[in-house]
Design a protein around this ligand. Structure first.
Ligand SMILES: [Zn+2]
Length: 322
């Protein structure tokens, strides 16, 4: 009985949030991302459910969310944020009606992958473009958001999972391609502290090698669906500002698992019932779990976080190396 329950639970969870599935559309992208674009949102959104850097762990193998979960009302029509050629229509989790992709290659070389489109609503114009190569215009109707069977944090979770692919198949942050949202809520820093062996610890004194963690979150047009901030940086002992990461793209470029367990520390969670983010302030690509090697004595760090709309917050922490 217990086994059956667990089985059902895991099936449910697999249904809930997709891994970013690579499709043939990824290979067609050649766009080089250099600056913020301004595309209209595919529909008037309810809120953002997940962003590209959201930590996902439904079965013990964490991964980056990669796309943007744009929350929708039931049966919401989806309009193309960018025009172009339809380069893929695919049931990318075969046999599961929740996982249909419509992919559009725009004239700048970016592939826009619309996931969770209801297959029977995909328009004839979209199907014709796919078979004939004829371009569709920005704003063309693609189809409707599929009805999502599962709720999260007590809310229905109908959503479009939007991915934007650039050259070399790298996913870039869809936020940077879209019109700004009326998001005036700054990220929140709950805690900064010491870490040993990639795990937050209590206290303000430490011996030897150590790292620092940041607990922080952001909200975009919602009260419960917390998200990781867009940008994290710090000033150590009043030095220059050092960037930990800014999510123009993932640290790994195109892989949805690389560095996830370095950037996020132990204690982080991201599933239906738990969202908590402990960031490793020592993260760098060169030394992903790097530790501070600081002289004995007192130290101070000022951490700065920013969301995709430019709202900022900062907080300081002092500690002593014995
Ligand atoms: Zn998603």
């Amino acid at each position: 009985m217990k086994f059956l329950f667990l089985l059902m639970l895991s099936v449910t969870q697999v249904m809930a949030h997709e891994r970013s599935v690579k499709t043939k559309a990824d290979k067609l992208a050649f766009g080089q991302f250099t600056e913020q674009k301004s595309h209209r949102w595919p529909f008037p959104l309810l809120s953002i459910g997940h962003n590209m850097q959201s930590y996902q762990d439904y079965s013990g193998s964490p991964y980056w969310h990669d796309g943007l979960d744009i929350r929708a009302v039931q049966d919401q029509p989806i309009y193309a944020a960018a025009g172009g050629k339809v380069v893929n229509i695919q049931n990318y989790v075969r046999g599961n009606h929740l996982y249909w992709e419509v992919a559009i290659l725009d004239e700048d070389g970016f592939v826009w992958k619309y996931h969770h489109v209801s297959e029977e609503t995909i328009t004839q114009e979209i199907r014709n473009s796919y078979s004939s190569g004829l371009k569709i215009a920005e704003g063309a109707l693609i189809g409707n958001v599929v009805q999502w069977p599962i709720s999260s944090f007590g809310e229905v979770y109908h959503h479009l999972h939007l991915l934007v692919v650039a050259e070399d198949g790298r996913y870039i942050n869809p936020f940077l391609m879209m019109d700004p949202l009326s998001d005036t809520q700054a990220p929140t820093i709950s805690k900064i502290g010491l870490a040993k062996n990639h795990k937050p610890i209590d206290g303000t004194q430490v011996t030897g090698d150590h790292a620092l963690f940041l607990e922080a979150s952001d909200l975009v047009l919602h009260k419960k669906f917390i998200l990781p901030p867009h940008k994290i940086s710090y000033r150590l002992d009043n030095g220059d500002e050092k960037l930990v990461w800014m999510f123009v793209n993932l640290p790994s470029g195109k892989n949805d698992v690389d560095y996830i367990e370095d950037f996020y520390m132990k204690g982080t969670c991201g599933d239906y019932n738990c969202r908590k983010f402990y960031f490793n302030l020592n993260f760098s690509i060169q030394n992903p779990r790097g530790v501070f090697n600081l002289p004995v004595g007192g130290h101070q760090i000022e951490v700065l976080v920013e969301d995709a709309a430019g709202n900022k917050a900062s907080k300081s922490f002092q500690w002593k190396v014995l």
